[in-house]
Design a protein around this ligand. Structure first.
Ligand SMILES: Cc1cc2nc3c(=O)[nH]c(=O)nc-3n(C[C@H](O)[C@H](O)[C@H](O)COP(=O)(O)OP(=O)(O)OC[C@H]3O[C@@H](n4cnc5c(N)ncnc54)[C@H](O)[C@@H]3O)c2cc1C
Length: 380
């Protein structure tokens, strides 16, 4: 049995706590605010199953669904299958989507290819100059708050100690090895420390002098109130703007960076101070995003013409250069990583944290997850 201090109470930290107590380890999870208060609570909770077309992602996506599915089936987790539509406005992207359709077909992920005239069934105007659309009818949204509560409850029942409203300020070493952490409320001794701090992970790495390439992309959201009930699927536009219905008169409008001809997502990413960006309430999403949504959303879904902004927030995605999570041991003995979820942590974090448990118990990541290792960056 090992004593493990987990830094961060998002989806990564709570699932890790859960798997560790199941295996008889002693767990203390330290969260500076409340559980899910970081990126996880700001997410729209889509389970992005088509990520499985990527060979590296496939085992993580499939394993995570194996974990969620029984909980969805027995009603412990809500899963709103509102569908996911990718809209192409350029012929180049339309071609890319047809290639994706071929790949998901091989994996037997249900999809439909939509012609420009088919998109009006989702409230999308034909005037939006659609070159083609790929529709995933079975993709839906989980409730991130419910997800965190589910895994936190079982971890607590298994003996995990959740230390909330407490900030890790220092990582304590005994020579080259981990001794524990110093928090705002005292010292916690542990054999192992896991950095599951999402966008704050670079700051935690700095505490111990570990260098891993991590950057941020901004994830703003506006809550739009409409006059009518609009149960929209998640509609992802080619330029990264997305809309998703809330089973009410509310629609969320967000943005996700796309690979562009000029720069990869990593090149577009920056290193931010998460405490400045990660906010809820007026002004959090930024004025330029507000203007963009006002201009674009109505042009895609005309029913949003009279929508008003009821709330807004901004989260940060923690990115790696290859847009793949990073998990494993580091140059500091006993200091482990479970971070860099690159905008898809709801879809993969439970499998990533499970791989970390395997590392703790066997000394290596499972072979199917070997690409998670931080060493891959040293080899570049
Ligand atoms: C707007 C938005 C939409 C998204 N939509 C999707 C989606 O549809 N599907 C999908 O798969 N993914 C989505 N994501 C990505 C997903 O939400 C993240 O990948 C995931 O939540 C990351 O979880 P995490 O536990 O690694 O980090 P977090 O949830 O950020 O947890 C890290 C925690 O560490 C805590 N912490 C930081 N520093 C300290 C410290 N010093 N001491 C103690 N605690 C500390 C923070 O308070 C925080 O709670 C979205 C993200 C955003 C922002």
């Amino acid at each position: 049995m090992r004593s493990v201090a987990i830094i961060g109470g998002g989806i990564t930290g709570v699932t890790l706590a859960n798997w560790l107590v199941e295996r008889g380890h002693e767990v203390r999870l330290i969260e500076r605010r409340g559980l899910g208060a970081g990126t996880t609570g700001k997410s729209i909770g889509c389970f992005i199953s088509y990520l499985a077309v990527d060979d590296a992602y496939r085992p993580l996506v499939e394993r995570t669904w194996d974990i969620y599915e029984p909980l969805v089936d027995d009603g412990s987790l809500d899963y709103h299958r509102n569908g996911f539509v990718k809209l192409a406005t350029s012929n180049t992207y339309a071609t890319q989507l047809t290639e994706e359709a071929t790949a998901v077909d091989e994996l037997e992920i249900p999809f439909e290819w939509l012609d420009p005239t088919d998109v009006d069934r989702f409230g999308v105007t034909e005037e939006a100059a659609i070159a083609g659309a790929l529709y995933y009818p079975r993709i839906g949204r989980l409730d991130p708050g419910e997800l965190v509560a589910q895994f936190a409850d079982t971890a607590r029942a298994g003996g995990a100690d959740f230390i909330l409203d407490t900030t890790v300020e220092e990582i304590l070493l005994d020579g080259e090895s981990i001794r524990g952490v110093k928090t705002s409320k005292g010292t916690i001794h542990a054999d192992l420390v896991v950095n599951a701090a999402g966008p704050w992970a670079p700051m935690i790495n700095d505490l111990v002098g570990v260098e891993v390439p991590l950057r941020h992309t901004l994830a703003p959201i506006l809550t739009l109130e409409t006059d009518t009930f609009l149960d929209l699927p998640t509609i992802m536009c080619e330029d990264g703007l997305y809309l998703t219905g809330e089973r009410s008169k509310t629609v969320l409008a967000g943005h996700s960076p796309h690979e562009s001809a000029v720069a990869s997502v990593w090149e577009q990413a920056t290193l931010e101070d998460p405490d400045r960006i990660d906010r809820v309430g007026r002004g959090a999403a930024g004025e330029s995003f507000r203007i963009r949504v006002a201009l674009e959303a109505e042009g895609i879904v005309p029913a949003l013409a009279d929508a008003t902004v009821a709330n807004e927030w901004c989260g940060l995605r923690c990115m790696t250069p290859d847009e793949f999570p990073v998990a494993g041991s580091t140059s500091v003995d006993g200091y482990l990583l479970a971070t860099g979820m690159s905008g898809v942590g709801i879809t993969v974090a439970p499998a990533v944290s499970e791989a970390v448990v395997s590392l703790i118990e066997t000394g290596s990541l499972p072979r199917r997850c070997s690409q998670l290792t931080p060493e891959r960056f040293a080899q570049r």
